[in-house]
Design a binder for this molecule. Sequence first.
Ligand code: SF4
Length: 453
Amino acid sequence: MPVSGSEIVKMLPGRKPCKDCGFPTCFAFAMKLATGGTTLDKCPYLSAEVKAKLEDMLAPAIKLVTIGTGDNKVQVGNEEVIYRHEKTYIHPPGIAILISDKETDSKVEEKIKKINELKFPWVGLTLKAELIALHFESGDKNKFLSLVKKVYDSTSQGLIIISEDLDTLFSARDICIDRRPLLYPITKDNIDQAIPKLKEKPTPVAIRGANIEELIPLTKKLKEAGVDEALLDPGSKNLMEAIRDQTFIRRAALKQGFRPLGYPTIAFPCFMSKDGLKEALTASVFIIKFASVIVLSDFDQYSLLPLLVLRLNIYTDPRFPMAVEEKYYEIGEPDENAPVLITSNWALTYFIVYSAIEATKIPSFLCVKDTEGLGVLTGWAAGKFTGDSVGAMIKKSGIETRVKNKKIVIPGRVARIKGELEDALPGWEVVVGPREASGIGTFLPEYIKSLRK
Ligand code: SF4
């Protein structure tokens, strides 16, 4: 539950506007604090006690947890809304593949290959699963530790260590500690033994309870011990219970500001169904209904891609269209005689036009004008694809130093900017492309070929 400026100001020193924080009044400082625009340390007059209270009030309602390191780190939590349309979801759930130490060597190899190689290019992004969950099932500690070492050595992804045996859990943790593994499960039965080891080498953990109520004293105990990077598993036994529990936890954290449940969650479709299709469907529900880490027993390209696309759609900010960077792009290896075309930076337009040009096999330059993610015609209507602004973009982009033949093709739908663009770009010939080329690109290939004749 976001804290308001008026709640914060009651706790500030209220010295006659000393302005030492850089704001004219305590109230202005409080308002900025509430929106995350400044930090507590800017006011030097806060007592340690008040500072601690304010830090707690200003902390995100759902704790940010990091699993893994470097380019392969997965951050979850920090969500601010129940429903995506209220604002946006922030951190997409990490998707993990489960590897048990009871599986054959060839199966383990196959799963490692999948996590390393199953990657899908998608509107300028690369979609993939990010995590590997290693499950101690065999009862043979040495066998499990060899599996952990093997996976650690042959991958760079974040790891989840699953072991009911605490000693094995921490021995496995020590093998891959530099990769910030997630340890699971911390329960009411092992938490007291686990806390000293967690304090010694801080590692994110996932807490398992028989139900939501059982999680509450466990998160409190961990927090008191200074171990605060945790995920919650409310022990849901089926999909109905899972939806109920995930929703309850999210609402308690965001609507009631209930700190003991202010943590991201972990879900195990892998343990909820033996049928691959049902498991994938269950995972899709968890993507929509608030899980932050989702563990699958296995996947292939046909079951993984739909989940990754669903995740992308749910976690794309609905307030902003997907857009690409404003600059000129090279398609093939264009030389100084290559055609120059321009379009808007709405990702859909860009990729369709890019693909249409690529299909001609004629090396070209494609200039992309920032229209804040609008299509060409809508961008023009909003004043973001005018002759002047396109001309300024062309000059700024540096394309003029790359081409001898100064001829630029504009989308037919905005033929009306031709005159203005000619004025803005002296020395350039402005050619009106086919009308459809603004977004659909239907006639673009033939048109580009005709330019070379
Ligand atoms: Fe108020 Fe502190 Fe800012 Fe001074 S420095 S105006 S006391 S918030």
